[in-house]
Design a binder for this molecule. Sequence first.
Ligand SMILES: Nc1nc2c(ncn2[C@@H]2O[C@H](COP(=O)(O)OP(=O)(O)O)[C@@H](O)[C@H]2O)c(=O)[nH]1
Ligand SMILES: [Mg+2]
Length: 391
Amino acid sequence: MPANLPPDARKKWAEVEETKNPKERLQLMQEFLSLVPKHKGTAKTCAQVKKQMAALRRELEEKKRKKTGKSGPKLFIEKEGAAQIALISLTKAGKSSLLSAVTHAKVEVSVNPYTTREPVPGIMDYQDMQLQIIEAPALIEGAADGRAWGPKTLGLARNADGLMLLVDLSKDPVKQMSLILDELNKARISTSKPKSTVEVERRYMGAGLRIIVTGKLVDCTFRDVEDLLKSYNVTDGVVKIHGEATLGEVEDAIFESTVYKAAVVVANKIDIDGAEGNLKLLRAYVGYRLPVVAVSSKTGTGLENLAETMVKTLEIIRVYTKEPAEREYSKKPFVLRKNSTIYDLARSIHSDFKDNFSFARVWSNRLVFSPRRVGANFTLEDGDVVEIHLK
Ligand SMILES: Nc1nc2c(ncn2[C@@H]2O[C@H](COP(=O)(O)OP(=O)(O)O)[C@@H](O)[C@H]2O)c(=O)[nH]1
Ligand SMILES: [Mg+2]
């Protein structure tokens, strides 16, 4: 349902977007809310804005704390390896135990709840790739509404490339799973592949508005989208619409877009009596939505499947590069998204490469002849060896 905001509210939101100062933004958001009529169609937008306001308030508090010398908690962790995975669960499900079982991280495993309040990173090896696993502070009911450190946990999940959703098989698995999925959903983090994605990337360079539709607009025209964006003063930037999107979904994305995260359910404590029964219940509840891997962080059962399942779900591929003058290819792969092209590879190697690209040669078992000379649009697959030639 589109929010159909009145023009003065749209204008006010445009003012919000133009302001960088958090204090002023907060004030303008408050004014924006007072201009929004309260009904079913606007409830979602209001909730999103309120959440952003809560985040701004925390940011301001944190700044204050920093000034007084007390260091605030660290929210984001620098990405390392092929992908960053946030490890999410209710308290005592075994996050710290899993992290210490699959990485070299030094973590505190405790019988007391809520021991891990700050995110803890570790590195998990998988073949010639490394996955960075981050133990998030325990998820609690109400996290998405800003309760306790909930926003920190959900912020980590939003920033990660993928999620491991840990469920404790010694307790009601459906209750845990539904709570986790509920909070993620409320925080606009989706674990199912979206039918559409709308990305609104604002720029302030006076270059105008570019709308790229690679899918289909539902119940609206290109012109409607353009008018909607203009009414929010989105006149500079790039808006990408993939899949089937409605005008309401485009409007939602102006405030905060839903992000999709590849997720694997990790059913922990399979060593415990009665765990098998709970695993069945969990599998029945999850169905085909997500892969479920049963493990024991204590005995090590099932841990060998974890990385592989995660990598598959992330849909990443490894590509090896070779210098034209050399025989051997790189030992360390470039990690790219599935369906990436030579162009994407060139761009990830060096920002200049894409402009100076001439052609590439590709070695692969799936090709009848290797190497094959290809252009920038050639789609890469896991294990391909590529030699890029520049002009
Ligand atoms: N039996 C069994 N106990 C486990 C397993 N994983 C964790 N635990 C226990 O569960 C409790 C909570 O573990 P912890 O890793 O601190 O959970 P966290 O709060 O999610 O980080 C500790 O007493 C662990 O020893 C497991 O696979 N099997
Ligand atoms: Mg812990």
